[in-house]
Design a protein around this ligand. Structure first.
Ligand code: 13P
Length: 362
């Protein structure tokens, strides 16, 4: 496993791999479980995460996993810390370190992400738990009058403080300014807001002496609002997103790892693929750090039942494989009908050796 920050950042985006975001808070995961009739307990959440972390061959496509505080402290059914389960497969353990988006004083329809108090101490502890990278999500909402300049600046400042502290504590910061797709805005408005947000964020990162070579950016794509009456095409999204990134993201940043933000899983894959197919300069790797777009089908297939672990793992493996293809522009829709199991290798035992019979116990 790479040790220094730049090598870790580069390893996270190497070989057409991407990141699995599995850092939902207890509240968010419970809502997703509830929708499928899965009981949310500490153990069921552990079982779910253990299923996600152990599909045979998943490390062919996944370079890192973002965990939640609860998960990094949990052990597998076989008694191995979940971060260690990842590390034994060569997957870098990561951790969400923000404390969530809270109403912004002075502009209550917007949010500021909290969690800077005591952050240095928490980062130290997470590194001892084996984390090698971290994530902080800022949320920007588009309406007819929002976002306010105040909201963008306050969130960019917090991202800068977080990223600088991460690098001080030897963790690669993933800087995530999410411009929400909720709303009826056009793709042009999404581009305008995203460009201003990225400009402001990189200005703060520079002011706060963050090393660009040792970080990753996790942006939303430039996309029309989910309630917009005119939906931008896959090609339009790819062109607008890449134009925006070229204008605002320094070439020194090794990689851009997109969030999926509520897009359907196949659309998130198609958008990433289209960007990687576009010609012209792309000084950074463009890959995925999806949550819902990787997990939704796996959770649906699993539904909290031991006998469905294999089906859940196949669903995740399939989406990870499609997105890895998209990370080099070689995804085709025909991949969607390929049988996921064909790509699955023999399972990985808790000892990190291939053990033909072992399935993770949940
Ligand atoms: P989605 O891909 O579901 O948007 O989640 C990514 C993430 O990490 C959100 O913070």
């Amino acid at each position: 496993m790479p040790q220094d920050l730049q090598n870790i950042a580069e390893a996270l985006v190497a070989n057409n791999k991407g990141i699995l975001a599995a850092d939902e808070t207890v509240g968010t995961l419970t809502k997703r479980f509830d929708a499928l009739g899965i009981k949310s307990t500490e153990q069921s959440r552990r079982n779910y995460r253990e299923m996600l972390f152990t599909p045979p061959g998943i490390s062919d496509y996944v370079s890192g996993v973002i965990m939640h505080d609860e998960t990094i402290r949990q052990k597998s059914a076989g008694g191995v810390p979940l971060g260690e389960i990842l590390a034994r497969q060569g997957i870098l353990p990561g951790i969400k370190v923000d404390a969530g988006a809270k109403p912004l004083a002075g502009s209550p329809d917007e949010t500021i992400t909290e969690g800077l108090d005591g952050l240095r101490g928490r980062l130290k502890e997470y590194r001892e738990f084996g984390a090698r990278f971290a994530k902080w999500r800022a949320v920007i909402r588009i309406t007819g009058t929002l976002p306010s300049r105040m909201c963008i600046r306050a969130n960019a400042h917090a991202l800068g403080r977080y990223a600088a502290l991460c690098q001080e504590q030897q963790l690669v910061p993933i800087v995530e300014p999410e411009v929400l797709m909720d709303g009826s805005h056009s793709i042009e408005r999404s581009e305008e807001v995203t460009e201003l947000v990225l400009h402001t964020v990189f200005d703060e990162l520079f002011e706060q002496a963050v090393t660009f070579e040792s970080m990753l950016l996790k942006p939303s794509m430039v996309i029309s609002g989910s309630d917009s009456t005119s939906k931008a095409s896959v090609q339009d999204v790819a062109v607008a997103t890449l134009r925006c990134l070229r204008r605002q993201v320094p070439a020194a940043v090794p990689g851009i790892v997109f969030l999926s933000g509520g897009q359907t899983d196949q659309l998130a894959t198609a958008h990433l693929n289209a960007m990687n197919q576009l010609s012209g300069p792309k000084p950074w790797k463009l890959t995925f750090s999806y949550g819902r777009a990787l997990q939704d089908r796996a959770m649906d297939a699993w539904r909290g039942r031991d006998e469905n672990v294999k089906a859940g793992q196949q669903a995740l493996h399939h989406r990870a494989r499609c997105n890895s293809a998209a990370a080099c522009g070689s995804y085709t829709e025909s991949m969607e009908s390929e049988v996921a199991v064909a790509g699955m290798r023999t399972p990985v035992s808790p000892q990190g050796k291939h053990a033909p019979a072992a399935q993770p116990t949940t």
